[in-house]
Design a protein around this ligand. Structure first.
Ligand code: GDP
Length: 345
Protein backbone atom coordinates (compact mmCIF):
# COMPACT_ATOMS: atom_id res chain seq x y z
CA UNK A 1 0.00 0.00 0.00
CA UNK A 2 2.79 2.31 0.97
CA UNK A 3 4.67 1.74 -2.26
CA UNK A 4 1.45 2.36 -4.20
CA UNK A 5 0.99 5.63 -2.44
CA UNK A 6 4.54 6.50 -3.31
CA UNK A 7 4.14 5.65 -6.95
CA UNK A 8 0.95 7.70 -7.11
CA UNK A 9 2.75 10.67 -5.74
CA UNK A 10 3.36 13.20 -8.43
CA UNK A 11 6.46 15.23 -7.66
CA UNK A 12 5.60 17.80 -10.31
CA UNK A 13 2.28 18.45 -8.66
CA UNK A 14 4.07 19.01 -5.38
CA UNK A 15 6.60 21.30 -7.02
CA UNK A 16 3.80 23.24 -8.60
CA UNK A 17 1.96 23.55 -5.31
CA UNK A 18 5.12 24.64 -3.58
CA UNK A 19 5.74 27.35 -6.13
CA UNK A 20 2.14 28.56 -6.34
CA UNK A 21 1.42 32.11 -5.38
CA UNK A 22 -0.79 33.32 -2.56
CA UNK A 23 -3.16 36.26 -2.58
CA UNK A 24 -1.87 39.61 -1.33
CA UNK A 25 -4.09 39.20 1.76
CA UNK A 26 -2.59 35.78 2.55
CA UNK A 27 0.96 37.10 2.31
CA UNK A 28 0.19 40.10 4.50
CA UNK A 29 -1.72 38.01 7.02
CA UNK A 30 1.13 35.46 7.24
CA UNK A 31 3.83 38.13 7.55
CA UNK A 32 2.04 40.12 10.22
CA UNK A 33 1.38 36.93 12.19
CA UNK A 34 5.10 36.21 12.10
CA UNK A 35 4.79 33.14 9.83
CA UNK A 36 8.39 32.62 8.72
CA UNK A 37 7.52 30.37 5.79
CA UNK A 38 5.22 32.99 4.31
CA UNK A 39 7.74 35.74 5.05
CA UNK A 40 10.34 33.68 3.19
CA UNK A 41 8.00 33.19 0.24
CA UNK A 42 7.24 36.90 0.10
CA UNK A 43 10.97 37.68 0.06
CA UNK A 44 11.39 35.18 -2.78
CA UNK A 45 8.76 37.18 -4.67
CA UNK A 46 10.73 40.38 -4.04
CA UNK A 47 13.86 38.69 -5.37
CA UNK A 48 12.15 37.32 -8.46
CA UNK A 49 12.76 38.99 -11.80
CA UNK A 50 9.33 38.00 -13.15
CA UNK A 51 7.06 40.95 -13.78
CA UNK A 52 3.97 39.28 -12.24
CA UNK A 53 5.98 38.37 -9.12
CA UNK A 54 7.28 41.93 -8.92
CA UNK A 55 3.79 43.37 -9.14
CA UNK A 56 2.50 41.07 -6.43
CA UNK A 57 5.56 41.81 -4.26
CA UNK A 58 4.96 45.55 -4.57
CA UNK A 59 1.37 45.16 -3.40
CA UNK A 60 2.52 43.14 -0.41
CA UNK A 61 5.21 45.74 0.43
CA UNK A 62 2.67 48.55 0.08
CA UNK A 63 0.36 46.82 2.55
CA UNK A 64 3.21 46.11 4.99
CA UNK A 65 4.58 49.67 4.91
CA UNK A 66 2.39 51.06 7.72
CA UNK A 67 3.62 48.27 9.97
CA UNK A 68 7.28 48.76 9.17
CA UNK A 69 9.91 51.18 10.45
CA UNK A 70 9.87 50.18 14.08
CA UNK A 71 13.28 48.56 14.19
CA UNK A 72 16.86 49.59 14.51
CA UNK A 73 18.63 48.82 11.26
CA UNK A 74 22.30 48.04 11.69
CA UNK A 75 24.82 47.70 8.86
CA UNK A 76 27.84 45.52 9.62
CA UNK A 77 30.90 45.56 7.42
CA UNK A 78 34.61 44.72 7.39
CA UNK A 79 37.05 42.97 5.10
CA UNK A 80 36.63 39.25 4.37
CA UNK A 81 37.91 37.12 7.25
CA UNK A 82 37.58 39.85 9.90
CA UNK A 83 34.86 37.77 11.55
CA UNK A 84 31.58 39.30 10.36
CA UNK A 85 29.54 36.10 10.38
CA UNK A 86 30.95 35.03 13.75
CA UNK A 87 30.22 38.51 15.09
CA UNK A 88 26.65 38.58 13.76
CA UNK A 89 25.98 35.23 15.41
CA UNK A 90 27.38 36.49 18.73
CA UNK A 91 25.60 39.86 18.60
CA UNK A 92 22.37 38.19 17.49
CA UNK A 93 22.39 36.02 20.59
CA UNK A 94 22.92 39.00 22.89
CA UNK A 95 20.05 40.80 21.16
CA UNK A 96 17.75 37.80 21.58
CA UNK A 97 18.66 37.44 25.24
CA UNK A 98 17.60 41.06 25.61
CA UNK A 99 14.11 40.00 24.47
CA UNK A 100 14.31 41.31 20.95
CA UNK A 101 13.63 39.60 17.64
CA UNK A 102 16.47 39.74 15.17
CA UNK A 103 16.54 39.42 11.38
CA UNK A 104 19.87 38.92 9.61
CA UNK A 105 20.10 39.93 5.96
CA UNK A 106 23.04 40.30 3.62
CA UNK A 107 24.15 42.39 0.71
CA UNK A 108 26.55 40.31 -1.29
CA UNK A 109 26.49 40.88 -5.03
CA UNK A 110 29.42 38.51 -5.46
CA UNK A 111 27.78 35.49 -3.87
CA UNK A 112 27.27 33.63 -7.14
CA UNK A 113 30.94 33.92 -7.97
CA UNK A 114 32.32 33.09 -4.55
CA UNK A 115 29.58 30.48 -4.00
CA UNK A 116 27.93 31.96 -0.98
CA UNK A 117 30.71 33.89 0.66
CA UNK A 118 28.43 35.30 3.30
CA UNK A 119 25.48 33.72 5.00
CA UNK A 120 25.38 31.07 2.30
CA UNK A 121 27.27 28.49 4.28
CA UNK A 122 24.71 26.50 6.23
CA UNK A 123 27.16 25.57 8.96
CA UNK A 124 27.42 29.23 9.91
CA UNK A 125 25.23 30.89 12.49
CA UNK A 126 23.92 27.53 13.58
CA UNK A 127 22.80 28.61 17.04
CA UNK A 128 21.18 31.79 15.81
CA UNK A 129 19.40 30.20 12.88
CA UNK A 130 17.79 27.64 15.17
CA UNK A 131 16.34 30.26 17.48
CA UNK A 132 12.61 31.02 17.11
CA UNK A 133 13.21 34.75 17.56
CA UNK A 134 15.84 34.92 14.80
CA UNK A 135 15.34 34.98 11.06
CA UNK A 136 18.30 34.58 8.70
CA UNK A 137 18.06 35.23 5.00
CA UNK A 138 21.06 34.91 2.67
CA UNK A 139 21.68 37.53 0.02
CA UNK A 140 19.73 37.49 -3.21
CA UNK A 141 22.13 36.10 -5.76
CA UNK A 142 23.00 36.56 -9.38
CA UNK A 143 22.30 40.24 -9.53
CA UNK A 144 24.07 43.56 -9.66
CA UNK A 145 24.85 45.40 -6.44
CA UNK A 146 22.06 47.88 -7.17
CA UNK A 147 19.56 45.07 -7.66
CA UNK A 148 20.58 43.23 -4.50
CA UNK A 149 20.51 46.45 -2.48
CA UNK A 150 17.01 47.40 -3.67
CA UNK A 151 15.71 43.97 -2.78
CA UNK A 152 17.40 44.02 0.61
CA UNK A 153 15.78 47.33 1.42
CA UNK A 154 12.35 45.95 0.57
CA UNK A 155 13.10 42.83 2.59
CA UNK A 156 13.84 45.02 5.64
CA UNK A 157 10.30 46.41 5.44
CA UNK A 158 8.72 42.94 5.40
CA UNK A 159 10.90 41.74 8.29
CA UNK A 160 9.81 44.75 10.32
CA UNK A 161 6.17 44.07 9.55
CA UNK A 162 6.79 40.50 10.75
CA UNK A 163 7.86 41.90 14.13
CA UNK A 164 11.66 41.80 13.90
CA UNK A 165 12.84 44.88 15.77
CA UNK A 166 16.59 44.53 15.24
CA UNK A 167 17.75 44.13 11.65
CA UNK A 168 21.40 43.21 11.04
CA UNK A 169 22.63 43.68 7.50
CA UNK A 170 25.96 42.11 6.74
CA UNK A 171 27.97 43.17 3.74
CA UNK A 172 31.21 42.17 2.07
CA UNK A 173 33.81 44.88 2.49
CA UNK A 174 34.45 45.66 -1.14
CA UNK A 175 33.74 49.38 -1.38
CA UNK A 176 30.41 49.97 -3.07
CA UNK A 177 28.36 47.56 -0.97
CA UNK A 178 29.11 49.60 2.17
CA UNK A 179 27.64 52.67 0.50
CA UNK A 180 24.54 50.67 -0.40
CA UNK A 181 24.10 49.38 3.14
CA UNK A 182 24.65 52.86 4.54
CA UNK A 183 21.70 54.10 2.51
CA UNK A 184 19.30 51.73 4.26
CA UNK A 185 20.55 51.53 7.85
CA UNK A 186 20.45 53.72 10.96
CA UNK A 187 23.81 52.67 12.34
CA UNK A 188 27.01 51.60 10.66
CA UNK A 189 29.28 49.16 12.47
CA UNK A 190 32.78 48.49 11.13
CA UNK A 191 34.80 45.49 12.19
CA UNK A 192 38.60 45.79 12.08
CA UNK A 193 41.53 43.50 12.77
CA UNK A 194 44.14 44.15 15.45
CA UNK A 195 47.33 45.64 14.09
CA UNK A 196 46.81 46.43 10.45
CA UNK A 197 45.86 49.96 9.40
CA UNK A 198 42.67 50.37 7.39
CA UNK A 199 44.51 50.70 4.07
CA UNK A 200 46.16 47.34 4.75
CA UNK A 201 42.77 45.86 5.60
CA UNK A 202 41.43 47.04 2.27
CA UNK A 203 39.11 49.57 3.88
CA UNK A 204 38.81 53.01 2.36
CA UNK A 205 39.04 56.14 4.50
CA UNK A 206 35.49 57.10 3.67
CA UNK A 207 34.21 53.85 5.13
CA UNK A 208 35.96 54.49 8.45
CA UNK A 209 34.41 57.96 8.53
CA UNK A 210 30.95 56.50 7.98
CA UNK A 211 31.24 54.17 10.98
CA UNK A 212 29.31 54.90 14.20
CA UNK A 213 30.89 51.99 16.05
CA UNK A 214 34.33 50.60 15.24
CA UNK A 215 35.10 47.25 16.82
CA UNK A 216 38.55 45.71 16.76
CA UNK A 217 37.61 42.03 16.56
CA UNK A 218 39.77 39.00 17.42
CA UNK A 219 40.88 40.67 20.61
CA UNK A 220 41.75 37.36 22.22
CA UNK A 221 44.81 35.26 23.02
CA UNK A 222 48.04 36.98 22.08
CA UNK A 223 46.25 39.72 20.16
CA UNK A 224 44.67 41.47 23.15
CA UNK A 225 47.49 43.97 23.54
CA UNK A 226 47.73 44.70 19.83
CA UNK A 227 43.95 45.13 19.68
CA UNK A 228 44.16 47.70 22.47
CA UNK A 229 46.86 49.63 20.58
CA UNK A 230 44.74 49.57 17.42
CA UNK A 231 41.78 50.82 19.45
CA UNK A 232 43.80 53.80 20.74
CA UNK A 233 45.01 54.64 17.22
CA UNK A 234 41.44 54.65 15.85
CA UNK A 235 40.17 56.60 18.86
CA UNK A 236 42.66 59.33 18.01
CA UNK A 237 41.74 59.27 14.33
CA UNK A 238 38.00 59.49 15.00
CA UNK A 239 38.47 62.36 17.46
CA UNK A 240 40.31 64.31 14.78
CA UNK A 241 37.54 63.70 12.25
CA UNK A 242 34.78 66.23 11.59
CA UNK A 243 31.66 66.04 13.74
CA UNK A 244 28.90 63.90 12.26
CA UNK A 245 25.43 65.18 11.33
CA UNK A 246 24.08 62.75 13.92
CA UNK A 247 26.19 64.52 16.59
CA UNK A 248 27.31 61.05 17.60
CA UNK A 249 30.95 60.58 18.55
CA UNK A 250 31.97 57.18 17.15
CA UNK A 251 32.66 54.49 19.70
CA UNK A 252 35.90 52.56 19.22
CA UNK A 253 36.01 49.30 21.11
CA UNK A 254 37.52 45.80 21.12
CA UNK A 255 35.78 42.44 21.09
CA UNK A 256 36.18 38.77 20.41
CA UNK A 257 33.32 37.34 18.41
CA UNK A 258 34.77 33.87 18.95
CA UNK A 259 35.00 34.12 22.73
CA UNK A 260 31.92 36.35 22.90
CA UNK A 261 33.65 39.10 24.88
CA UNK A 262 32.90 42.79 24.40
CA UNK A 263 29.68 41.98 22.50
CA UNK A 264 27.34 43.04 25.31
CA UNK A 265 29.15 46.41 25.45
CA UNK A 266 28.66 46.85 21.72
CA UNK A 267 24.94 46.15 22.09
CA UNK A 268 24.85 48.81 24.82
CA UNK A 269 26.55 51.30 22.49
CA UNK A 270 23.98 50.46 19.80
CA UNK A 271 21.17 51.23 22.24
CA UNK A 272 22.83 54.47 23.37
CA UNK A 273 23.22 55.52 19.77
CA UNK A 274 19.60 54.67 19.01
CA UNK A 275 18.36 56.71 21.95
CA UNK A 276 20.58 59.64 21.06
CA UNK A 277 19.61 59.87 17.37
CA UNK A 278 15.95 59.38 18.16
CA UNK A 279 15.85 62.15 20.71
CA UNK A 280 17.81 64.65 18.58
CA UNK A 281 15.67 63.91 15.51
CA UNK A 282 18.53 62.62 13.35
CA UNK A 283 17.07 59.13 12.88
CA UNK A 284 13.67 60.14 11.46
CA UNK A 285 15.32 62.81 9.28
CA UNK A 286 17.88 60.33 7.97
CA UNK A 287 15.16 57.81 7.13
CA UNK A 288 13.26 60.46 5.19
CA UNK A 289 16.40 61.25 3.19
CA UNK A 290 16.94 57.56 2.57
CA UNK A 291 13.36 57.20 1.33
CA UNK A 292 13.96 60.00 -1.19
CA UNK A 293 17.22 58.34 -2.23
CA UNK A 294 15.31 55.11 -2.96
CA UNK A 295 12.57 57.01 -4.77
CA UNK A 296 15.20 58.42 -7.13
CA UNK A 297 16.84 55.02 -7.44
CA UNK A 298 13.55 53.39 -8.49
CA UNK A 299 12.94 56.16 -11.03
CA UNK A 300 16.47 55.71 -12.45
CA UNK A 301 15.96 51.98 -12.84
CA UNK A 302 12.51 52.42 -14.37
CA UNK A 303 13.73 55.00 -16.88
CA UNK A 304 16.80 53.00 -17.83
CA UNK A 305 14.72 49.85 -18.37
CA UNK A 306 12.07 51.67 -20.40
CA UNK A 307 14.77 53.29 -22.50
CA UNK A 308 16.68 50.11 -23.32
CA UNK A 309 13.50 48.06 -23.81
CA UNK A 310 12.00 50.67 -26.16
CA UNK A 311 11.69 48.87 -29.54
CA UNK A 312 12.80 51.83 -31.71
CA UNK A 313 15.75 52.55 -29.42
CA UNK A 314 16.75 48.89 -29.41
CA UNK A 315 16.63 48.84 -33.24
CA UNK A 316 18.85 51.91 -33.59
CA UNK A 317 21.23 51.30 -30.67
CA UNK A 318 23.76 49.09 -32.44
CA UNK A 319 24.16 51.50 -35.38
CA UNK A 320 24.72 54.43 -33.04
CA UNK A 321 27.25 52.44 -31.02
CA UNK A 322 29.17 51.62 -34.19
CA UNK A 323 29.19 55.27 -35.25
CA UNK A 324 30.48 56.33 -31.84
CA UNK A 325 33.20 53.66 -31.95
CA UNK A 326 34.30 54.79 -35.42
CA UNK A 327 34.28 58.41 -34.34
CA UNK A 328 31.53 59.26 -36.84
CA UNK A 329 29.58 60.93 -34.07
CA UNK A 330 30.44 61.92 -30.52
CA UNK A 331 29.08 59.98 -27.51
CA UNK A 332 26.99 63.05 -26.67
CA UNK A 333 25.48 63.19 -30.17
CA UNK A 334 24.90 59.45 -30.13
CA UNK A 335 23.06 59.67 -26.81
CA UNK A 336 21.00 62.58 -28.16
CA UNK A 337 19.93 60.59 -31.24
CA UNK A 338 18.71 57.68 -29.10
CA UNK A 339 17.06 59.91 -26.49
CA UNK A 340 15.21 61.82 -29.23
CA UNK A 341 13.86 58.54 -30.58
CA UNK A 342 12.82 57.52 -27.05
CA UNK A 343 11.03 60.80 -26.38
CA UNK A 344 9.29 61.11 -29.72
CA UNK A 345 8.18 57.58 -30.55
P1 GDP B 1 33.89 36.94 7.66
O1 GDP B 1 34.51 36.49 6.38
O2 GDP B 1 34.22 38.37 7.94
O3 GDP B 1 32.42 36.65 7.76
O4 GDP B 1 34.63 36.12 8.84
P2 GDP B 1 34.18 34.79 9.61
O5 GDP B 1 33.15 35.08 10.63
O6 GDP B 1 33.88 33.74 8.61
O7 GDP B 1 35.53 34.45 10.37
C1 GDP B 1 36.75 34.17 9.69
C2 GDP B 1 37.64 33.34 10.59
O8 GDP B 1 38.01 34.10 11.73
C3 GDP B 1 36.96 32.09 11.12
O9 GDP B 1 37.89 31.04 11.15
C4 GDP B 1 36.53 32.48 12.52
O10 GDP B 1 36.46 31.38 13.39
C5 GDP B 1 37.64 33.43 12.93
N1 GDP B 1 37.18 34.43 13.91
C6 GDP B 1 36.07 35.19 13.85
N2 GDP B 1 35.99 35.99 14.94
C7 GDP B 1 37.07 35.70 15.70
C8 GDP B 1 37.54 36.18 16.96
O11 GDP B 1 36.95 37.03 17.62
N3 GDP B 1 38.74 35.67 17.41
C9 GDP B 1 39.43 34.72 16.71
N4 GDP B 1 40.57 34.29 17.25
N5 GDP B 1 39.00 34.24 15.53
C10 GDP B 1 37.84 34.71 15.03
Amino acid sequence: MKSEEKSNFNPDLFRHRKASLLSVEKYVEGITQGDRTILGRAITLIESERVDHQQLAQQVIERCMPLSGKSIRIGITGSPGVGKSTFVEALGQVVIQDDHRVAVLAIDPTSTISKGSILGDKTRMEQLSNHPRAYIRPSASGQSLGGVARKTRETILLCEAAGYDVILIETVGVGQSEIAVHSMTDLFLLLLLPGAGDELQGIKRGIVEMADILAINKSDGERVHLARQTQLAYQQATHLALAKDSEWVPVVTTCSALEKTGIGEIWESVQNYHQSVQSNGYLPGNRKNQAVFWLKDHIDVYLRNSFYNHPAVARKKEDVEKDVMLGKCSPFQGAKILLDIFEKE
